[in-house]
Design a protein around this ligand. Sequence first.
Ligand SMILES: [Ca+2]
Length: 222
Amino acid sequence: MRRAPVSAVIAAVLVVAAIPASVANAAAATVTPAAEPAIYVGPPFSIVGVGPRSKNIYWYNSQTGETQIWSMSGNRLIHRATVIGPDGNPTAIGTPFSIVGVGDFSGHNGIGGDDIVWYNSQTGETQIWFMNDNQLVGRATVVGPDGNPSFIGPPFSIVGIGDFDGDGKADIVWHHSQTNETQIWFMNGNQLVQRATVVGPDGNPSVVGDPFSIVGIGRSGS
Ligand SMILES: [Ca+2]
């Protein structure tokens, strides 16, 4: 009788051990319960932000200009709502404005949801929409310490929103695509209080660029 090569026997054992049927079935059942079909969403909708406090998912429809907020419980969509203006009507915003992030700029600690940050690629204006859940209650252009509008264009772009000094209010992260500087704008609502270059443990500027890129800002320790 021919014996199977040792390597083939080992390979067969490894495959069986790696994916026990019970484990595979349990994982599948957890992700897509049979009674609740998974939700699939694609273009023209895209995810433009996740609320750091609210945990809401923010969608934007590039054809209609609609912004839609999904309230989540774990992986389950509980409620979806279109962003409306102060008058209660749906807002429709298109280019050159685009959503560059969401965060709690008013310091409500998540009450009332997160605020939406828009950027105008033609004027370089950054505009914050202060939200009460899905309703816009006030909008304001980002201004500098002197109170004047702060217009920023390429090679700087906004790459993230997060509360970096722990004061309960969101801050803005910019990246310079030519020098690869990452700069944090510490904010008080829509006003820039102080800006600082990201530095390494040695205190020197941390210069990182292509092929690396910032894809998200986490929240920890607060
Ligand atoms: Ca802050």
